[in-house]
Design a protein around this ligand. Structure first.
Ligand code: GLN
Length: 542
C-alpha cells in the first residue's frame, strides 16, 4: 500500500524544499523503498515553459516532453523516481482540467467550487502516482504557507489524510531558524508562526526540518517542539551547506530523518546503504585538479538559469577528480570587450541554450575564439545554432549567415524553422520537446564518448540546421556526428581536427547524474583538463 509524504515550506521562499524533498527521496530509496516524486506549483501559468528564466530559472524538460519546474531536476539527480507529466502540476493545469470537465457537463449542473472540485482534482493528481509497485509518494508543495495561491493545495493535502488514513500520511514542514546577529541568538518565533498558520488550516506537521546557519542547540529544539506540538526527535536540523548540495542527504541522516520517516509510516525498509554517496561527496571535497570553464550565456548572472548545466559540469568534474570553477560570462560583455580579455583564462567554453537575439553576436565571437584557438567547446541547442552561424560566416565564407529566428531576411538561413513548426502560433508546449532518438556516425567523437551509436536525448527547440548547407559544411571539415534516425535532422555537429568541438541540438545536461555524468559533458571536461595540463606544462618550460 502506497504511503504519502507532503513537504511544505514556511517563513521564506528559496529554503531548498526541492533539494530537501529530493534528499528524502534518495534516502528512502537507499533503504530499499520504491519512491515517486511530485511537485505541485501554486502559480497560475500552465507550465514554466513560457516563463522568463529571470522569473523562474531553468525550464527542466522530461522524456515525455513536459516542461517542468527545475526542482524536478533535483529529483532526477538524486533519485530513480521515473518522472512524467504527472510529476508536476500547477494551479493553471488544475483549473484548466476542472474547467474542461465543467464544459463537458461532468459536474451535472452543480456549482463548481474550490472545495470540493479544485481540491478533488488536486487529490486525484497526487493519487495518480500511487501504484502496487510504489511504497512512497513524496509531494512537494511549491511556495510558502500563507501564500494566497497555496491555500487550495494545503486544503487538499489536509483532506488527503482523511481519505488515505492518518497513519499513511506524513507532513514535513521546512522552515527557517534565522540567526540574529544583534541578539547573538537563533530565533524560533518565525517557525512557531509558520506552524501556527499550518495548524490554523488543520495541518499538524509531523516533522519540522529547520534550516539554520548555526547548529541548533537542544534548548531551541525543545522550544520548537513544545510550541509546535511535535516530539523533540522530530525537530531536525538542516545546516546551510556552502560546499555542495550533495551533502544535504548526509546531514539529514546524521539527524536520523530516515529512521523517523520509516518508523512513522511503518515502512518495511532495509538498512541504509550510503557508501557510494559518501564516496561521491569525498571526491567532490578532495579534487586533484582545478580547471575553469566559461559558460557564455544571456542569463549568465542568474544563478538558476543554467542550473542543470552547472550541476552536469560538477558531475563530470567528480568523475575526473577535478574541481570546476565556472566563469559565468554575459554574452553581451563579449560584444563590448572582445573575447580575448574575458576568455583567454578559460580551459573550455560552453554556450548553453536560449531564446531571443540579445547577446547572440557575443556567443558567435566566443565560439570563433574557441574554434580558432583550439579551446574545447560544447554548444547546446542555441549553442549549436551559434556554432553553425559562426562556421558559415568565417569558414565557409557565407557573409551575413544567420538563423531565421533572428534575421528573417538573411541571405544564408543556416538555421531555420522546423517544418512542423511553420504553422504553429501558440507559444506554450508547442516546441519539438522531449526524448528523441538519434543515430551517431561511427568513429565520431560523440560515438566514442557514448560508446554506442543509438542514443536518446531530450529536446526543446523550434529551429534546426538547414540541410541545404550540409554539403558545404562537410567539405570544410564539419562532421555531422548525429542525426535523427531518418537522417533528416542534424542532432550533433563536430569539427574535424579540433581537440573538442561538439555542438548538440539536444540538452545533455538533463540526463546527467552525480553518480553517472553525461558522456559528452564528461568528454568535454576531460578535454578541458588536458588543455589545462598541457598549458601548465608549456608555462613550466618557459
Ligand atoms: N531558440 C532556439 C530554438 O527555438 C534554441 C532553443 C534552445 O536553445 N533551447 O530553436
Amino acid at each position: 500500500m502506497t504511503k504519502y509524504i507532503f513537504v511544505t515550506g514556511g517563513v521564506v521562499s528559496s529554503l531548498g524544499k526541492g533539494l530537501t524533498s529530493a534528499s528524502i527521496g534518495m534516502l528512502l530509496e537507499q533503504r530499499g523503498l520504491r519512491v515517486r516524486m511530485q511537485k505541485l506549483d501554486p502559480y497560475i501559468n500552465v507550465d514554466p515553459g513560457t516563463m522568463s528564466p529571470y522569473q523562474h530559472g531553468e525550464v527542466y524538460v522530461l522524456d515525455d516532453g513536459s516542461e517542468t519546474d527545475l526542482d524536478l531536476g533535483h529529483y532526477e539527480r538524486f533519485t530513480h523516481s521515473p518522472l512524467s507529466r504527472d510529476s508536476n502540476y500547477t494551479t493553471g493545469q488544475i483549473y484548466q482540467s476542472v474547467i474542461n470537465k465543467e464544459r463537458r457537463g461532468e459536474f451535472l449542473g452543480k456549482t463548481v467550487q474550490v472545495i470540493p472540485h479544485i481540491t478533488n482534482e488536486i487529490k486525484s493528481c497526487i493519487r495518480k502516482l500511487a501504484d502496487d509497485d510504489v511504497d512512497v509518494v513524496i509531494t512537494e508543495i511549491g511556495g510558502t504557507v500563507g501564500d494566497i495561491e497555496s491555500q487550495p493545495f494545503l486544503e487538499a493535502i489536509r483532506q488527503f489524510s482523511l481519505d488515505a488514513g492518518k497513519r499513511n500520511c506524513l507532513y514535513i514542514h521546512l522552515t527557517l531558524v534565522p540567526y540574529l546577529k544583534a541578539a547573538g541568538e537563533l530565533k524560533t518565533k518565525p517557525t512557531q508562526h509558520s506552524v501556527g498558520q499550518l495548524r490554523q488550516i488543520g495541518i499538524q506537521p509531523d516533522i519540522l526540518i529547520c534550516r539554520t546557519e548555526r547548529s541548533l542547540p537542544r534548548d531551541d529544539r525543545e522550544k520548537i517542539a513544545l510550541f509546535c506540538n511535535v516530539p523533540i526527535e522530530a525537530v531536525i536540523e538542516e545546516r546551510d551547506k556552502d560546499f555542495s548540495i550533495y551533502e544535504v542527504p548526509l546531514s539529514l541522516v546524521e539527524n536520523k530523518l530516515d529512521d523517523l520517516i520509516v518508523d512513522s509510516l511503518q515502512l518495511q525498509a532495509e538498512p541504509l546503504e550510503l557508501d557510494h554517496w559518501r564516496e561521491l561527496v569525498h571526491n567532490l571535497r578532495n579534487p586533484e585538479h582545478e580547471i575553469s570553464i566559461a559558460v557564455v550565456g544571456k542569463y549568465a548572472e542568474h544563478r538558476d538559469a543554467y542550473k542543470s548545466i552547472y550541476e552536469a559540469l560538477d558531475h563530470a568534474g567528480i568523475a575526473h577528480h577535478t574541481q570546476i570553477r565556472i566563469q559565468r560570462i554575459q554574452s553581451e560583455s563579449i560584444e563590448q570587450e572582445g573575447p580575448e580579455r574575458l576568455l583567454s583564462g578559460s580551459d573550455a567554453i560552453l554556450v548553453p541554450g536560449g531564446f531571443g537575439e540579445r547577446g547572440i553576436e557575443g556567443k558567435v565571437e566566443a565560439i570563433r575564439f574557441a574554434r580558432e584557438r583550439g579551446i574545447p567547446f560544447l554548444g547546446i541547442c542555441l549553442g549549436l545554432h551559434c556554432a553553425a552561424i559562426e562556421f558559415a560566416r568565417n569558414v565557409v565564407g557565407l557573409a551575413g549567415a544567420h538563423s531565421t529566428e533572428f534575421n528573417k531576411d538573411t541571405p544564408h538561413p543556416i538555421i531555420c524553422l522546423l517544418d512542423e513548426q511553420k504553422s504553429i502560433t501558440d507559444k506554450g508546449g508547442t516546441m519539438r520537446l522531449g526524448a528523441q532518438p538519434a543515430h551517431l556516425a561511427s568513429e565520431s567523437r560523440s560515438a566514442t564518448a557514448y560508446g554506442r551509436e543509438v542514443i536518446s536525448e531530450r529536446h526543446r527547440h523550434r529551429y534546426e540546421f538547414n540541410n541545404v548547407y550540409r554539403q558545404q559544411f562537410a567539405a570544410n571539415g564539419v562532421v555531422f556526428a548525429g542525426t535523427s534516425p531518418d537522417a533528416s535532422l542534424v542532432e550533433i555537429l563536430e569539427i574535424e581536427g579540433h581537440p573538442w568541438f561538439v555542438a548538440v541540438q539536444f540538452h545533455p545536461e538533463f540526463k546527467s547524474k552525480p553518480t553517472s555524468p553525461h558522456p559528452l559533458i564528461a568528454g568535454f571536461v576531460r578535454a578541458a583538463l588536458e588543455r589545462h595540463q598541457s598549458r601548465g606544462a608549456a608555462t613550466q618550460h618557459v
